[in-house]
Design a protein around this ligand. Structure first.
Ligand code: ZN
Length: 280
């Protein structure tokens, strides 16, 4: 199933595999001025091929290696002679994807085939636009966002998703995500384009809301941890329910992942440099 949204020169294709006529998990790709942002999940290859035949796709950038974003890179290369561009840390992951992703990922998106990508530079041009490439790790180490300074557009991949999250993926780095959010907020984008949500107005304010929410959540988790609560008890004390997502993803998405991520020593930091809760 593909829905098509026109945002002026930017087109959004929201797509999902369906079960009994209902979408299992929405994701999406953008097309702007011949540039395809992400290639969609492997189980929607037929739809993505048709889309590429209808659009004048000249180049492709992948925001990160997850299969719902890079799942049709082989198709692009073999049938359209386009080698997608990715952050340097994503090229090897795209070339050797996980062979046994969790069941929910196989059901929702399918299993990706190894694909070739090339390392993206610091910027990228289309005939009418200029994009700055911003490395925004956190959701994934190789995650990038594209910023168009004249239009103040920010293509956020999976960096934004929502101002409040009820769960985190097990492999996300929350401290890197906070840092990435701060850096894209400093760009002062007006509009953001989220791969799962479509266009979001008031981009800087919405990104700020997400950052503030996560900082508060981290402070709350550290507060409960200092009081001696165990991880499970802290997770249960956090607002909202993650029950559906925890069961559906076998625990890959959960509130407990938030607890573990915030209590983890930030990468490249010694224990002596571990951030206090006030610095989250
Ligand atoms: Zn992702």
């Amino acid at each position: 199933m593909i829905w098509h949204f026109d945002y002026g020169p930017v087109r959004y294709f929201q797509m999902a595999r369906t079960f009994l006529g209902r979408a299992i998990y929405w994701t999406g790709v953008y097309w702007v001025d011949g540039l395809l942002l992400d290639s969609g999940p492997p189980n929607l290859a037929r739809e993505v091929r048709r889309l590429c035949e209808e659009l004048a796709v000249r180049q492709c950038v992948t925001t990160h290696h997850h299969e719902d974003h890079s799942g049709n890179h082989t198709l692009l290369r073999e049938q359209f002679r386009i080698t997608p561009l990715a952050h340097a840390t994503g090229v090897a992951r795209i070339a050797k994807p996980e062979s046994q992703p969790q069941l929910y990922r196989r059901v929702a998106w399918g299993v990706p085939t190894p694909a070739q990508a090339e390392v993206i530079g610091e910027s990228l041009d289309t005939p009418n636009f200029h994009f700055q490439v911003i490395h925004t790790p956190g959701h994934a180490e190789d995650h990038i966002a594209l910023y168009e300074p004249d239009r103040q557009w920010l293509f956020t991949g999976d960096l934004y998703l929502a101002p409040k999250l009820r769960y985190l993926r097990a492999d996300e780095d929350i401290y890197a995500m906070l840092d990435s959010l701060r850096r894209v907020i400093a760009l002062d984008p007006v509009v953001l384009f989220c791969q799962h949500r479509g266009r979001v107005e008031n981009a800087t304010a919405m990104l700020r809301r997400k950052l503030d929410f996560l900082v508060e959540l981290g402070e709350h988790i550290h507060h409960l941890h200092r009081q001696g609560l165990a991880e499970g008890a802290i997770a249960r004390a956090l607002p909202g329910s993650d029950l559906f997502w925890r069961i559906w993803t076998g625990g890959h998405f959960s509130k407990r992942n938030f607890v573990q991520a915030f209590l983890r020593v930030p990468k490249n930091k010694g224990r002596s440099q571990q951030r206090s809760h006030s610095q989250v």
